[in-house]
Ligand binder design. Structure first.
Ligand SMILES: Cc1ncc(COP(=O)(O)O)c(C=O)c1O
Length: 412
C-alpha cells in the first residue's frame, strides 16, 4: 500500500462488492435465489441490470434491417470489431500452448509479465518502476475496475462527456454516481470523486489528449487523491497526431502514483476474440487489483497469455494493420466529406466522427437507406446527438462499396 494517498486507501478499504452483499443478505435469510417465488426472483435478479442504462445496440436494429435489405448487402460500420486475420505467429503461439491442464497465474506468466513490461517501456516511453497485470479483455476491466478498487455508493466516477459506454456501466455496477465532464474546473472540489476516466485516442471522437492536458489531470488527481485511469486501447492508431500514454515520462516523470493505464490487444493485434488486455501503472494500485483478483479469479487463460507474449513482442503486424486501416480511413473520409459530412476530431483511433449537422438518428436512417450502418452519437453521451460514428473495421471490399454508395447524391 506504500505510496498511496490517504483518500485512495479509504477508497480501497471502503465498501466493496455490493453484489456480494446482496447475495449475503439472501443467504442469511435462508433463501437460495432459485427457491424464491417468480416475482421475488425477478426482483432479485433485476437489481443490477435495472441500475444500468438500456443496452443501446437494440435501438439500432430497425436501421440494421433497412441496411441489410440493400440489394448489394449491408456495409456494417457501426461496431469496431476487427475483420482482418489474427497474425499467424500469434495463432501459432496459442496452438503451441493449448495443452494447458493446470491453472494459469493470475499475475500472468513470467514471460507475459516481461512482455507487458517491455511493451509499456518501449511503446509508452515509461522508464520508471510500474506494476503490470493481464486482464480478460479490457471491456471486462473497464466494467469492473471501480468495484475492484472499492469505489461504491456515495462515490463519484468522472467520465468523458462523450465516451465508450462501459465507463458509465462500471461506475453503476459499483453503485457509484457518474459525472460526465471533460473539464476539471467543472468537476470542482467534490470530495466524493474517487476515480476519473480519460480515453485518448477517444472512442468515439478520435480526439487525442495533449501531454499538457494529461499532466494536468494527473496533478489534479494527485492533489485530491482521485485515481486517474487512462484507457489507451487505440494508442497504436495515431493518424494526424501522435497519441501519448499517461505512463510516458513526459507526463509522469516516472512517478506513477495514483495512475493506471488500460490497454488492449483487440484492435492492435486483431485479438478481440481472444479477450486479451492488461493494465499498468501505480504498483500499489496494480497490487491491490491482483490481491482482489487472486480471490475473484478472472484469470487470463494460459494459451491466451502465450498468444499475448507473441503479439506484444512483435510490432511488424501492427504496422501492417495500420496500413490497412489508413487506406480504409482515407477512402471513407474522402467519400464522407464529398457527400457533405463534416469530420470532427478523428485524428487517431478506429473511427470517423462525422456530422451532417442534423439529429444523429436522421443521419443513421439516411445511411441505412444506402445499405450503410453507422452508430448514432447519442450512444456515447447526450452532447453527441448530431454525430455518427463510422468504424474503419470492414473489409476493403465493403469499404469501397460504402464509398461508392456515398457518391450517390444525398437528396433524401
Ligand atoms: C475505448 C474502449 N475501451 C475499451 C474497449 C474494450 O476493448 P476490449 O474489451 O476488446 O479490449 C473498447 C472497445 O471497443 C473501447 O473502444
Amino acid at each position: 500500500m506504500e505510496g498511496l494517498h490517504e483518500r485512495e486507501l479509504r477508497v480501497l478499504r471502503g465498501p466493496r462488492f455490493a453484489w456480494w452483499c446482496l447475495q449475503g443478505r439472501q443467504d442469511r435469510q435462508g433463501h437460495a435465489v432459485r427457491d424464491l417465488p417468480a416475482a421475488a426472483r425477478g426482483r432479485a435478479l433485476n437489481v443490477r441490470s435495472s441500475a444500468l442504462p438500456d443496452f443501446p445496440w437494440d435501438l439500432l436494429e430497425p436501421a440494421k434491417a433497412i441496411a441489410a435489405a440493400h440489394s448489394g448487402g449491408i456495409v456494417d460500420l457501426s461496431v469496431g470489431t476487427p475483420v482482418d486475420s489474427v497474425p499467424p505467429a500469434v495463432r501459432q503461439a496459442l496452438a503451441d500452448s493449448s495443452d494447458a491442464p493446470g491453472y494459469p497465474l493470475t499475475a500472468g506468466s513470467p514471460a507475459l509479465r516481461a512482455a507487458i513490461t517491455g511493451w509499456i517501456s518501449r511503446e509508452c516511453h515509461a522508464s520508471g518502476e510500474f506494476g503490470v497485470l493481464p486482464t480478460i479483455g479490457s471491456k471486462e476491466l473497464v466494467a469492473w475496475l471501480p468495484t475492484l478498487l472499492g469505489v461504491g455508493p456515495g462515490d463519484v466516477v468522472v467520465i468523458p462527456a462523450v465516451c465508450y459506454p462501459t465507463y458509465e456501466v462500471g461506475a453503476k455496477l459499483a453503485g457509484a454516481e457518474v459525472v460526465r465532464s471533460d473539464s476539471l474546473t467543472a468537476v470542482g472540489p467534490d470530495p466524493r470523486v474517487k476515480l476519473i476516466w480519460i480515453n485518448s485516442p477517444s472512442n468515439p471522437t478520435g480526439r487525442v489528449l495533449p501531454v499538457e492536458h494529461l499532466r494536468k489531470v494527473v496533478a489534479w488527481g494527485r492533489e485530491r487523491g482521485v485515481i486517474v485511469v487512462s484507457d489507451e486501447c487505440y494508442v497504436s492508431l495515431g493518424w494526424e497526431s501522435e497519441p501519448v500514454s499517461v505512463l510516458s515520462d513526459e507526463v509522469t516523470g516516472g512517478d506513477y502514483s495514483g495512475v493506471l493505464a488500460v490497454h488492449s490487444l483487440s484492435k492492435r493485434s486483431n485479438l478481440a476474440g481472444y479477450r486479451a488486455g492488461f493494465v499498468g501503472g501505480d504498483p500499489a494500485l496494480v497490487g491491490e487489483l491482483l490481491a482482489v483478483r487472486k480471490h475473484a479469479g478472472m484469470i487470463v487463460p494460459a494459451p491466451v497469455q502465450a498468444a499475448m507474449v507473441a503479439a506484444l513482442n512483435d510490432e511488424a503486424h501492427v504496422a501492417e494493420q495500420r496500413v490497412r486501416y489508413a487506406a480504409r480511413r482515407d477512402m471513407l473520409r474522402t467519400a464522407l466529406v464529398k457527400s457533405g459530412f463534416e469530420i470532427s476530431h478523428s485524428e487517431a483511433g478506429l473511427y470517423l466522427w462525422a456530422t451532417r449537422d442534423e439529429d444523429c438518428w436522421a443521419t443513421v436512417d439516411r445511411l441505412a437507406r444506402r445499405g450503410i450502418l453507422a452508430a448514432p452519437g447519442a450512444f456515447y453521451g447526450p452532447s453527441a446527438a448530431k454525430h455518427v460514428r463510422i468504424a474503419l473495421t470492414a473489409t476493403d471490399e465493403r469499404v469501397a462499396t460504402a464509398a461508392d454508395r456515398l457518391a450517390e447524391p444525398f437528396t433524401d
